[in-house]
Design a binder for this molecule. Sequence first.
Ligand code: GLA
Length: 728
Amino acid sequence: MAISFDKATKTFYLEGKSTTYAFFINKFGYAEHLYYGTKIGRDPLFYTRGKGGRSCAATVPGEKVDGFEEGSSYHYFPSELAFFGNGDFREPCVQVANEAGDRICELLYDSHEILPEKPRMKGMPSMRGGETLVLHLYDTVSDFGADLYYTVYPDCNVIARRVVYKNCSNKVIRLKRAYSFSMSLPTQSFELMSLHGAWGMERRIQKTHLHNGVVSIDSKRTTSSATLNPFIALLSPGTTEDSGEVYGVSLIYSSSYVLKAEGVNDGQTLLTGGINDFDFEWKLKADEEFETPEVAIAYSSEGIGGMSREYHDAYRNYLINPRFAKKSRPIVINNWEGTYMDFDNEKLMAIASAVKDTGIDTFVLDDGWFGARNTDEAGLGDWYVNTDKLKGGLKTVIDHVNSLGMSFGLWFEPEMINEDSDIYRAHPDYAIKAPGRLPCYTRNQFVMDITRADVRDYIINSVNKILDENNITYVKWDYNRNVTESYSLGLPADRQSEFAHRYALGLYDIFERIIETHPNVIFEGCAGGGARFDPSQLYYFPQIWTSDNSDADERTLIQYGTSIVYPLSSMTCHFSVVPNHQTGRVTDAKTRADIAHLGTTGYELDTSVFTEEDKELTKRQIAEYKEMESLILEGDLYRTDNPMESNYFGYTLVSKDKTHAELTCYQRMGRPNAQLKRFAPRGLAPEKKYYVPELNLILSGSTLMNVGLLPVFERGDFKTVKYHFEEK
Ligand code: GLA
C-alpha cells in the first residue's frame, strides 16, 4: 500500500515513486502537515514541529493556553486545509457564510478511508485512478464537512488533491471561497516561477522571490488564459534546470482561478488555490456538495527539468485519454494559413491532392466552412455547411480526401456566436449579456451562455449532427475570446456569482456529451492559439494548438515554456510558409521542420502550390518525424539550453530505456567570430555506448554528457543541428 496510517501517532504517509507526503492529526483534531519531499522512512516526525515562543497567537478556540506550548494556535499549524475565523490569519482554503451570518468554520478530523482506486470525479476532469486517501473533516457547529482527496501514483511523483465541501445541515451555507488544497512548506526561501504570456507569445517563464505576504497569480477571464497559465512552482535556492528541490502546482481547471504562495510570519510558506474567489459565491443548500477542481502537485529534487518530467509522465499516464495518449497521432495539413476563409472545393481538394503519399494522413478544414462565414463578422453558431462555398457540401471534399487515402478533420468554435447569424437572430438570448449594458466585442463575436442547459443542448446537437452525418475523424475545437458581462438569464440574482464556475461545468458537460460519444474522433484544443492550454483541456483533447505564432524562432520560446508542465505530444506544432505570417521572418525549411518536430507535428500552408521537390521534402521530413515519434509520445525531455536566456535552444529526448535519444541544437543569430558553443546532451545512461551517426563515432553516455558536442551551424540565422544516439 502506498498510503498508510499509523494509528499510534495518527500519521498518514503517502508515497509516490520516490516521494513521501506526511501529515498527522494533532491533539485538537487538526490535520497538520509534516513533510513533503524525497522518500523517507515511515518514522515519527513530531520532532519537526515548531515549539513555543510565539507571542500574541490566538489560542485554539476554548484552550486557555498562553503562548505556543506544543503549537496551540491554528495560525501556526502547518496546514492541510486552512480555515477562517478562529485564530488563523493566513490565506484560508475555505470560507463560508452561515445562515446566522457568521463566517466561521472549524474543520477537524472525523474519519478517513483509503481507497485502492480513486472514484471518477463527477462532471469535472481529473487524473485517472490511483490509490486514494479520503480524509473527512467536519465542523460540528454548522454541520459543514470537507472531504480531502489525496491520490498517489506508483510511477510518478505527483499527488492529485481536491476537496469536496458538504453542507450536512438543514440550512443554506454560502461558500465564499472553496479552494482545492492547502499545503505548508517549512521555509520561505523559494523563488516562485510561473508562466505568463499573450496571443502569439504564450507561456514565458517569470520568477519572483517569495516574501512575507502573498504572491499570487490568477485569471478573472472565465478561462485559464494565455496571460497566466494555471501553474506555479516553488524553486529552492540555487535551483537549476538539473538540480534543486522544486514543488509544482498545476490546476486541472479552465475557468477563473487563483494560485497563491504566502510567506507566513513564522517562516513557513502556505500554498493554496483553486477556483478564483473573486466574483465567486456558491449557494450550498441542505445536503448539497460542492466539488472543487483537482490540483496536481509535483515534487522533484532534480530541478525544473525533473519537475517537468514528473508532469509529463503523470499527464501522459493518468490525465490524457489513454486511447490517444501514447498512440501515433495524425499528421495533418490544415488549410488556415493556406487560405484563411477564402476557399472553395477546388482549392481545398488541390491542397489535399498535393500531399497524397507524403505521409500527411489527415486534411483539416479550418474556419469558414459554415453559415455565412466569409469574414469573422458572421456565421458563428450556424453549424451547417455553406454550400455556396462548398458545392455539394462537405461530402464532396470528404470523399475526395478519403479517395486519396487520407482522413478528414473539421474546425468548430462551438462556444461562440456572431450577431450576424441565423441562430442569433432566432435566439439573441443565447449570447452572454448583462441587463441594460452594451456588450464588449472581441473578434466581432460573443460567448454563448453555456451555463444554460438549453444552450448546451443546441451546441451539442449541432456539432453531433455534423459528426454523425460525415466521415470525420479529427476535430479542432477553437475558443477565440474571453467572457465579459458575466451574467446568465438562467440564474437567479443570488446565484449570479456562480457564473464562472458554472461556465466550466457547462463546458465539461458539452465535452463529455460530444467527445465521449465520439470516442474514435481525436479532438485538438485551440483558443486563438494557446490561450486555454491547461490540464483540464488535456483530459479531453490529447493535443492543443500551441500558438497561432508558427514562426520557428518564436516557437523555440513558446514550446520551451509550454514544456515546463505539458508533454511534447500535447503540443501541436505546424510547419508553415515563409515569410512567416505572424512575424515576417524567413527561416529555412530544415529549421522549421526540426522545431515543428518537437511536438505533434503537422503542416499549415497552401500545399496546392507545392513543386515535386516540395513534395519530396515533405515526405523526407515526415519519415524523419516517424523515426523520432516514440520519443515525442513516451520519451523523457531534458532541456539543455534556454532560448529565453541565451542565443541557443537545446532539447535532448531520451527513450525510457535509454537505448536511443536525439539532441536538437538551435542557434538564433549567426555571428562572425562567435564563441564556440558546446551542447551537452542529458539523460543518457553514462555507462552505455552510443553510436552517433553524425560523427560516425561510438561514444559512451558519460563522455557525451560531460564533454558535449560542438555543432557547426550553417552560416546565417535560425539554424538547427541534430544528433542521434543509438545504443551499441
Ligand atoms: C484561431 C485559431 C487559428 C484558426 C483561426 C480561425 O485564431 O488559433 O488556428 O483556427 O482561429 O478563425
